[in-house]
Design a protein around this ligand. Sequence first.
Ligand SMILES: [Zn+2]
Length: 102
Amino acid sequence: MNGRRLLKRRKKTLGNMSKPEECIRGSLVIMSRFCGKPNCRCLRGQKHKAVYLSQSYRGKTRMIYIPQAQVKKAAGHIKSYRKVKGVLNILSDINIKLLTGK
Ligand SMILES: [Zn+2]
């Protein structure tokens, strides 16, 4: 592929990156927990379910509680992050080709 076509492809690829600012790295997990209150239903087997963002951070995995009302938004941001990352990988490949002519 020649340079002009690569530049055109690069521009088109960048156009696929919609709202890169709305991104979150990590994945959502549902956790069941005891709350610690005496006589709560969780002590009779009905643990409380909550959604957390699981994220590797500075070499460790951290869990961040996501309020129920924000779960859908968080899922969208996670999807966006993965898409942006995919686009960056493609751009990287194009730029290597532009740089080396290969
Ligand atoms: Zn409880």
